[in-house]
Design a protein around this ligand. Sequence first.
Ligand SMILES: Nc1nc2c(c(=O)[nH]1)N[C@H]1C(S)=C(S)[C@@H](COP(=O)(O)OP(=O)(O)OC[C@H]3O[C@@H](n4cnc5c(=O)[nH]c(N)nc54)[C@H](O)[C@@H]3O)O[C@H]1N2
Ligand SMILES: Nc1nc2c(c(=O)[nH]1)N[C@H]1C(S)=C(S)[C@@H](COP(=O)(O)OP(=O)(O)OC[C@H]3O[C@@H](n4cnc5c(=O)[nH]c(N)nc54)[C@H](O)[C@@H]3O)O[C@H]1N2
Ligand code: SF4
Ligand SMILES: [Mo]
Length: 731
Amino acid sequence: MKFSLDDLVPIFRQFEGPLTSELVRKPGDFGLGQVPVRFKPDATTTTVCGFCSTGCGLKVHLRDGSAVNLSPDTEYPVNLGMACPKGWEALTPLDAPDRGTVPLLSGQPASWHDAMSSFASRLREIQRVHGPESVAVLSTGQIVTEEMCFLGALARIGLGIPNIDSNTRQCMATSHVAYKQSFGFDAPPFTYADFEQSDVLVFIGANPCIAHPILWQRVLRNRRSPEILVVDPRRTETAMAASRHYSIAPKSDLTLLYGLANILISSGWIDREFIAQSVSGFPEFAEFVRAFTTDRVCAATGLDAEALWQFAQLVGDRSKRVSWWWTMGVNQSHESTRTAQAIIALALITGQIGKPGTGANSITGQCNAMGSRLFAHATGLPCNRDYGSPADRAEIASIYGVPAESIPQSGSPAYDQIIDGVKTGRIKALWVIATNSAHSWGTSEDLQRALAGLELLVVQDMYPTTETARLAHIYFPAAGWGEKDGTFINSERRIGLVKKVRRAPGEALSDFNILRLVSEYCGVADQFREWSSPEAVFRIMQRLSKGRPCDITGIAGYAQLDTDGGIQWPYAKDDKPASHHRERRLFGDGHFFHPDGKARILFSSPREPSEPTDAGFPFVLLTGRGSSAQWHTGSRTGKSAILAKMHPSRPYVEIHPEDAHVLGILHGGAVEIVSRRGMATACACVTTIVQPGSVFMPMHDAQVNTLTAPEYDPHSRQPSYKYCAVQVRPV
Ligand SMILES: Nc1nc2c(c(=O)[nH]1)N[C@H]1C(S)=C(S)[C@@H](COP(=O)(O)OP(=O)(O)OC[C@H]3O[C@@H](n4cnc5c(=O)[nH]c(N)nc54)[C@H](O)[C@@H]3O)O[C@H]1N2
Ligand SMILES: Nc1nc2c(c(=O)[nH]1)N[C@H]1C(S)=C(S)[C@@H](COP(=O)(O)OP(=O)(O)OC[C@H]3O[C@@H](n4cnc5c(=O)[nH]c(N)nc54)[C@H](O)[C@@H]3O)O[C@H]1N2
Ligand code: SF4
Ligand SMILES: [Mo]
């Protein structure tokens, strides 16, 4: 190793790095790594919630400089003084008794020096013996953007790891691809004020009452007596609160949307002027959707003709502001990209975009899924640049100060292709950061077996107790939200500042500092000298964004993010101060990011899911969020006794009363759910929330992904978690 331990002392000292409250800054000093707000040790500071992509502002109350409590921020433009149960309980998981406090080597406590030495030598040895293709990284949409950007650059450029993807693939890959192809850039166009300024809100495959409760609160603040339309095969909390619920057959969305387009176009309920100026592909689309007759659409979706036409009338009313919102019911399907693009097409042909209360709007999932879409270096280079483009590579190389040849020429394979590599033995070493794949990835039983067979599994998580961390050869204890500085980007493109208001327990380090250690121990730190702190990386991110649609060169630094209540991109150097426009949307000028300035309509014929139901497996299994108090695999929310009181304690499956009656299943009774891949046991929740013929299980139950099918959208490679064939039987 070409450095001495003395060189590492400054890094190790960061175990004891200052809390934000302890930082001092001179006026005008935008020095690196320091948040320029000094507050009294017993004062209150602000931060942004680290669970969902709503990105609520929180006030953190400090004693002796360290967080003891929190409350929602009344000034923050996102949540206006509201927070959901997870936000209120955000400090609790930090104190959990199973926090990782020291590195583990084969489950045994080790020093950072030993863990890092072992990591570096084993990684390098595997690369030497089996080639670069044998190593992979799986990361997350739940760390700060600065860490994502550093991780991507370090893994791909510094360490020569060709495989790097993240849980964002399971979540937002579809929105990313759909927007990039349609608008020329991955650019969700909306701002949250649109919830309040819309006359007709259409939610497709989205359950904000549970998954984005504060966004739903924004909908409730709408004073325009809006029509709220929900398209969901389940009668969810959101559907119950809506004015109209279209309970379509699972995975019939694409046919429905094309049918709506056909009615709108044939009835002339479209904006011809906007189409002529701003849309390409319309004549072909108009011709294509003619085949989606009312009869065909009703047969596929289960809706009656009246409901379909009424839907079309509502969204085709040019005197109204119509907004379209979608989430995982769209993104997690076998034809998700085209479904998202059909929603985009409907907004485009009706001219409902770029104005208050309109838009084709993808609601993001994790707190920083947007950050990973822009900066992760996975499928593309930062800010929607392409690995395949020599000009893009040269630009990145000059920003990073590295030779152009050091930038790889192709994007990473997708998550499922990486997992295939793990299963077939092609991938020998896997480094997992802030995601719990062994629970959240489909075919999880196979995956757990495959993970156990790896030569090297490294897991970097707040807890060594997750399903994935328990299998690790090397475990790195990570600081969590609240224990480190950086930024998140929320669903409406708002960059918000998160602060270190707690010390991480024991020797746990921020992901940022773990990455710095990796760069030192792997001998590539010289390339990353400039990447010395989160705010230094923020500066690099600003250079990466320069001249791109997501230009953020106008942000003065962390200080301005803090005082302005976050700032939405774009915010280029010559833009007006953000305070002049706290809420901004895109495309007000009808100009999109393709070279011709137009948005593209893209479409394909609907296909059946690859696993139809049959006599052996007669039910469709839907999966999704169960309650506002549960977050994914529960590593964090599962630590709160308060949240535990807010959701059922036993695994359950929703089943319709007619089906339950035929099968002799009683409410609360034990049942088995069997798919072609696995089996789960749960208690029956007999309810009309689900349609006859389909059942629902929350994804928080680790058994769910032993059942789900390995099917992926061909364009985004996002898994289709919301459709597989199962059998249900009483036990
Ligand atoms: N409390 C809580 N909030 C969260 C999360 C959490 O774990 N817990 N996770 C966050 C993340 S990362 C994400 S991605 C979001 C997800 O947020 P949502 O997407 O809103 O949540 P889901 O429950 O996964 O799926 C939404 C709906 O899709 C429906 N659906 C299933 N199949 C179909 C179909 O074929 N067509 C249509 N139209 N609908 C269908 C389901 O019935 C479900 O009601 O939530 C975020 N917020
Ligand atoms: N069947 C089915 N499966 C699904 C879904 C579904 O709807 N149905 N939804 C999918 C979606 S949309 C998503 S987003 C995924 C989510 O799936 P996961 O990402 O696997 O779920 P989490 O429980 O959020 O796992 C995050 C992990 O990161 C750790 N962590 C938190 N903060 C930090 C940090 O700052 N640093 C480090 N190093 N670790 C940290 C937590 O302890 C936790 O173990 O699940 C997907 N899986
Ligand atoms: S809605 Fe999302 S961002 Fe807001 S408090 Fe709840 S989990 Fe946090
Ligand atoms: Mo997600």
